[in-house]
Design a protein around this ligand. Structure first.
Ligand SMILES: *Cc1c(COP(=O)(O)O)cnc(C)c1O
Length: 427
């Protein structure tokens, strides 16, 4: 599958049935696996043989779907997690511990911001946030002796900023740490961060990968390129013996290609759980089979809606990196030549009340906290996710009261535009 187009990998990656086996990925709905001898099972516990023993750690259905996602991103190994939150936590906590420090883009998903700034702080892990547009010098200045990872989102949810992946990777590598990129919004169909120097890629598969609003999930992909042993003093968890696995040193036994995911499975999945259910992995795979067909339509609809809104007199401002007027247009041309995603945000003149009236008047676009599925949906942060904030506080946070985030689905773009035009008439 390695040399096939991404379109073919979406359909057939990860699983090649042998003679007489199921054509579709089978759902192995079993918590546990049977062995003939204790010796056979002992080898699995010692990581001497690969195989399955308990679904909290690994399940064959999940592994087939993870293998497809690894192929799509151009990585060497991958794992599924129960959610995108679990994926980002595992990706960071696999190499950070109490006393570590993270450099992260300030323009990231609110849940991830909270995870890093509040919850991981309670674990003794510090963070320095940097602007996604920071200069090389500003990025370099954010690193400390105890920095263990750099983090950003290819297209940030909901700010829709675009990450200069090469610039961030260069800064991370200059300080001997990996760059972790959350690639949820573009998906590997529109951007493959590993090709630009990212070391670890994460996903909320809940979004476009599933694409039907059916299953919460996450994924972590390892590029297999980061040389842990060259920075062994920074990553003792990968480069010194794990006593809970009979003294295995992950970076030695599994190499650059396998160490990160093996450790995340053997330690973090074992201790925290957060496995994706095989049923959800099956649903996710159905989504992946059409991802390459769906993404161009999401982009087409997002672009058409953004262009319509930009010309509308009742709209103050539109954020969409496919618009020439967008501050991220240039960087998007480089990393997202086929477009980014279907999420557009815009500010309606008249603030909170105007946004509320507009959204109430929409017939096709539903009000949801979700994004990135087949059906168009929208959200006004000021009256929902950020409703505890005053207009002043919202302004400071860069979220105007009249801001609407719209996730353009797979409907006909002319119907979407007609729906938006009619709703704007009501404002
Ligand atoms: C939704 C989202 C997450 C969190 O994923 P869940 O599956 O909801 O846990 C993380 N990162 C980004 C960019 C997201 O959009």
């Amino acid at each position: 599958m390695k040399n096939r187009s991404i379109n073919t990998k979406c359909v057939q990656g990860g699983y090649t049935p042998k003679n007489g086996e199921p054509r579709q990925i089978p759902i192995i709905q079993s918590t546990t696996f049977k062995y003939d001898t204790s010796e056979d099972m002992g080898k699995l516990f010692d990581l001497e043989a690969s195989g399955y023993f308990y679904t909290r750690l690994q399940n064959p259905t999940n592994d087939m779907v993870a293998a497809k996602i690894a192929e799509l991103e151009g990585g060497t190994a991958a794992m599924l997690t129960s959610s995108g939150q679990a994926a980002n936590f595992f990706a960071l906590f696999n190499i950070c511990e109490c006393g570590s420090h993270i450099v992260a883009s300030s323009s990231i998903y609110g849940g991830t911001f909270n995870l890093i700034a509040v919850t991981m702080a309670k674990m003794g892990i510090e963070v320095t946030f940097v602007s996604p547009t920071a200069s090389e010098e500003e990025l370099n200045a954010a690193f400390k002796d105890n920095t263990r990872a750099m983090f950003g989102e290819t297209i940030a949810n909901p700010a829709l900023t675009v990450l200069d992946i090469e610039k961030f990777a260069k800064a991370a590598h200059a300080h001997g740490v990996p760059l972790i990129v959350d690639n949820t919004f573009p998906t590997p169909v529109n951007c493959r961060p590993i090709e630009w120097g990212a070391d670890i890629v994460t996903h909320s598969t809940t979004k476009y990968m599933d694409g039907h609003g059916a299953a919460v999930g996450g994924a972590i992909v390892d590029s297999g390129k980061f040389d842990w042993m060259a920075h062994a003093d920074k990553f003792p968890g990968l480069c010194t013996p794990d006593e809970s696995y009979h003294g295995i040193t992950y970076a030695e036994k599994f190499g650059k290609e396998g160490a990160f995911i093996t450790k995340a499975t053997a330690q973090l999945m074992r201790d925290f759980g957060s496995i994706q259910s095989p049923q959800n992995a099956f649903i996710l795979n159905l989504g992946l089979e059409s991802l390459h067909v769906r993404m161009p339509r999401h982009v087409e609809n997002g672009q058409a809606v953004a262009e319509f809104l930009e010309k509308h007199p009742k709209i103050e401002k539109v954020n969409y990196s496919g618009l020439k007027s967008d501050p991220y247009y240039e960087v998007a041309q480089k990393y997202l030549p086929n477009g980014g995603c279907g999420v557009v945000s815009f500010e309606i003149k008249g603030g909170r009340a105007a946004a509320e009236k507009f959204m109430k008047s929409l017939k096709l676009a539903a009000i949801e906290t979700h994004v990135a599925d087949a059906r168009t949906c929208c959200l006004n942060p000021a009256t929902s996710t950020h409703r505890q904030m005053t207009d002043e506080q919202l302004k400071e946070a860069g979220i105007p009261a009249g801001l609407v985030r719209m996730s353009c689905g797979l409907e006909d773009k002319n119907d979407l535009i007609a729906d938006i035009a009619a709703a704007l008439e009501e404002v």
